[in-house]
Ligand binder design. Structure first.
Ligand code: ADP
Ligand code: ZN
Length: 615
């Protein structure tokens, strides 16, 4: 998009300019204007004037003598070693003063040296801003000295605007939003039948999934101006400023209708008003203003407000009721097909080899957001440049998936042999437990090259297909798989390491969720004892049960994980032979793919099956 931003300097810039101007004025210009003119005369002239009784007032300073004649002129002369000067001056009737140069009254001097320049500056500023206003054809200049005006940037519609095609995947979101586009194109159609367009839609989803991109695409498709502002920009220091910004934003939007107003991170202003003492007055006022404006404007004019958030549950209910953001557009993390499509969209802008297998890259990048996928493509291009190649290869893309997810390879970090061996057994432990439970390839790839993220090994899980429901058994198997790493360490080396901390965290979270949210324990049954508070940002939970119940939950979680650990341990015990072979392979090659893994597993199993028969 061709953003046309206003030539607007921050307010502080003008304040600084004014201060500098005033200092200059006071130190250079004011003395010239307001100090009296002093004529320098030689000492003999001074003596003559004293004799002629022309000296009216006199002041002897450290290195000069200042004096006046009767007619209001000022003179100065150098100081001489003249012993009876005082006597002579006294005799001539001169008056001795300590302040010979007449001073202005303090009030007047303050007025002249500080207030006057300020007035001049403001007048000048007004003039300049008016000039700009004329040039820009209205609207622009009013921002220059405006306090409490909106900083919404105006994106003037451009022919090279972002379209829905630039947003890959997210088909449901596009479908919902295309209705808005249609409305902006042809409001009559809706008016005739008496249908009212929703005034606002709320884009909800994790960070980096393309919410901003979608909003821009709506504006691009409808070919209307796009106003964008972040919720945090409304949050001001002084009560009332944020509300003024909201008012101004809607005023501008109404003038430019039809148009799209996009408020990013709307939770910064739209959080629940909880009536706490000492609550945030400014934020509440801003929110109230937003609600009022949304009610106030005429929906048929074609101002559509899109807002994005990744914390929908924290929004004030008033914001979500019909007539405001009543349309909720989920923008979720892309699935396998979505990831492939996003990779392709971004790969269009880089030079790649022919027949790149994007599906394979997408499979490896499981869980990545649109922003991360865009980053993966860019990282691959950078890698190609580093290696002095002109085209991006499949290997570039696959390596950059690992870079984005696990960090750069630590080339010079050498793990001790013992450590490497432990890591190999740990990772194979996970994979083997998973494989024995599902009888299918559990991993895409395992590497034990240390990464800058601190991970010593890295396992790419196989995409489990479209999977929305998980059975209790599947969840238990997952926990068993997570404990598999530690179980392998314990089984083979008889000692345990710190390498399992992340596994432990995940296993605990899963086990807790099974009991407190999914109702999967016979003891507690279908009672919700925890609530998810932050679905899109890590998934924090809050406990909602008595202390005794919480204690009991802890115990049940512990025994659930312990049981799964036992299961994992015995699976590994029974499959000690494949465990050794696979770990040795991984130790030697540092990388093992899913196919190699299954291959070796099946071969060793066949050998074991054949061995007793031969004996
Ligand atoms: P959000 O607003 O949801 O945090 P953005 O819209 O700012 O995310 O996305 C950041 C960047 O990620 C975009 O500029 C784009 O390059 C890329 N991106 C995200 N989602 C998609 C998508 N579905 N298709 C193509 N690019 C995407
Ligand atoms: Zn592990």
């Amino acid at each position: 998009m061709n953003e046309v931003k206003k030539p607007k300097q921050p307010l502080i810039f003008y304040y600084l300019l004014a201060v500098v101007a005033i200092i200059l004025f006071n130190s250079l210009i004011a003395p010239m204007l307001f100090s009296p003119k002093v004529t320098e005369v030689d000492y003999s002239e001074f003596m003559r004037m004293t004799e002629d009784k022309q000296v009216k007032e006199v002041m002897v300073e450290d290195n000069q003598i200042l004096f006046t004649d009767g007619n209001g002129s000022f003179f100065k002369t150098g100081l001489m070693d003249d012993k009876d000067l005082t006597q002579r001056l006294y005799a001539s009737g001169a008056k001795f003063s300590s302040q010979i140069v007449e001073q202005m009254s303090p009030l007047l001097s303050l007025l002249i040296s500080w207030v006057l320049p300020l007035i001049v500056m403001i007048a000048l500023g007004q003039l300049v801003s008016k000039k700009l206003l004329e040039k820009a054809g209205g609207g622009a200049g009013s921002m220059m000295f405006g306090m409490g005006k909106s900083n919404a940037k105006i994106y003037v519609k451009s022919t090279s605007g972002i379209k829905f095609d630039d947003v890959a995947g997210e088909d449901e979101a596009k479908e919902i939003l295309s209705e808005i586009v249609d409305f902006l194109h042809n409001p009559k159609k809706y008016e005739e039948i008496g249908a009212k367009m929703p005034k606002g839609a709320l884009l909800v989803g994790p960070p980096g999934t393309g919410k901003t991109l979608l909003a821009k695409a709506v504006a691009g498709e409808a070919n209307v101006p796009f106003f964008s502002i972040s919720g945090s920009e409304f949050v001001e220091m002084f009560v009332g400023m944020g509300a003024a910004k909201v008012r101004d934003l809607f005023k501008q939007a109404n003038e430019k209708a039809p148009c799209i107003v996009f408020i990013d991170e709307v939770d910064a202003i739209g959080g629940k008003r909880d009536g706490r003492i000492g609550g945030n007055d400014e934020r509440e006022q801003t929110l109230n203003q937003l609600l009022t404006e949304m009610d106030g404007f005429d929906g048929s004019k074609g101002v559509v407000i899109l807002a994005a958030t990744n914390r929908p549950e924290s929004l004030d209910p008033a914001l979500l009721r019909p007539g405001r953001f009543d349309r909720r557009v989920p923008v979720e993390l892309p699935d396998l097909a979505g990831r492939e499509a996003i990779l392709k969209v971004h790969a269009k802008n880089v030079q790649t080899q022919k027949n790149i297998d994007y599906a394979a890259v997408a499979r490896a990048a499981s869980g990545a957001s649109g922003a991360e996928l865009a980053n993966i493509v860019n990282e691959a291009a950078l890698r190609a440049v580093r290696d002095g190649r002109r085209l991006v290869t499949q290997a570039d893309l696959e390596e950059s998936v690992e870079v984005i997810i696990a960090g750069y390879q630590k080339k010079n970090r050498v793990m001790s042999d013992k450590e490497k061996m432990v890591v190999a057994y740990h990772e194979i432990g996970h994979a083997l437990v998973a494989a024995k439970q599902s009888e299918s390839a559990p991993v895409h790839k395992i590497t034990i090259i240390p990464r800058t993220s601190g991970a010593l090994g890295y396992t790419m899980q196989v995409e489990e297909g479209e999977h929305f429901l998980l059975t209790k058994e599947e969840l238990e198997n997952k926990i068993a798989t997570l404990t598999g790493g530690r179980a392998a360490e314990a089984l083979i080396f008889g000692q345990i390491t710190t390498g399992a901390s992340n596994d432990i965290e995940q296993a605990t979270r899963l086990a807790r969720a099974m009991i407190t949210r999914y109702g999967m324990s016979s003891e507690f049954g279908m009672v919700a004892m925890e609530q998810l508070t932050n679905q899109y940002l890590g998934g924090d939970t809050t406990l909602a049960c008595s202390a005794e119940t919480a204690n009991r939950i802890d115990e049940v979680v512990r025994s659930l994980i312990a049981a799964q650990y036992e299961k994992a341990y015995s699976i590994l015990q029974e499959n000690a032979q494949p465990l050794h072979t696979l770990a040795k392979y991984l130790y030697e090659h540092e990388t093992i793919t899913g196919e190699e893994f299954m291959d070796i597993l099946h071969r060793t199993q066949a050998q074991i099956a054949a061995a007793p028969a031969q004996a």
